[in-house]
Design a protein around this ligand. Structure first.
Ligand SMILES: Cc1cc2nc3c(=O)[nH]c(=O)nc-3n(C[C@H](O)[C@H](O)[C@H](O)COP(=O)(O)O)c2cc1C
Length: 151
């Protein structure tokens, strides 16, 4: 059975709501094990055990959240060279921008040589129903791709 890992941080509610929507979509694929953890709870063993990874973070001070950076710092060297080619995706909850969170996560994940399966979902200002639906679709697509062996 393939495993999809969702790791996120939220300082409020928006990124958590996005994460819940991603998880909801992924859980529609019953043949894939879905594990969702906060950054503080997740570690290298979770990433090594996962066939696919979806990360979610707010943008804070033009960068990913401190908790997401801490997570990536803790997993990087333990996972470097061991997760090449596995699919990954990103969602960001931001106030008015989001590009700093995207570029900072992408720069680090590039070093792990994961395979980006789609452009990041970035939500600025209010979280709208269609954006929640996009998050749900992201989870569903990643899980379906893992189940079919095509991502
Ligand atoms: C300390 C702090 C710094 C922030 N810096 C930025 C920023 O640089 N760019 C931006 O677009 N939003 C920024 N925001 C707004 C958050 O990204 C936005 O409120 C986001 O929706 C928070 O997601 P959350 O509710 O999941 O914590 C900042 C918020 C906080 C608390």
């Amino acid at each position: 059975m393939k495993t999809l890992l969702i790791v996120f941080h939220t300082g409020g509610v928006k990124t958590a709501q996005m994460a819940e929507a991603v998880e909801r979509g992924a859980r529609g694929e019953e043949s894939v094990r879905v594990v969702m953890k906060r950054c503080a709870e997740a570690g290298p063993e979770d990433v090594l055990a996962a066939d696919g990874l979806i990360l979610g973070t707010p943008e804070n001070f033009g960068y990913m959240s401190g908790m997401m950076k801490d997570f990536l710092e803790r997993i990087f060297y333990a996972c470097e060279g061991k997760v090449e080619g596995r699919p990954w995706a990103l969602f960001v909850g931001a106030g008015q921008d989001g590009s700093g969170a995207v570029s900072s996560v992408e720069r680090i994940v590039t070093g792990l040589r994961l395979k980006k399966i789609c452009e990041p979902i970035v939500v600025v200002k209010e979280l709208r129903p269609e954006q929640l639906a996009a998050c749900e679709e992201l989870g569903a697509a990643m899980a379906a791709g893992l189940a079919a062996g095509i991502v």
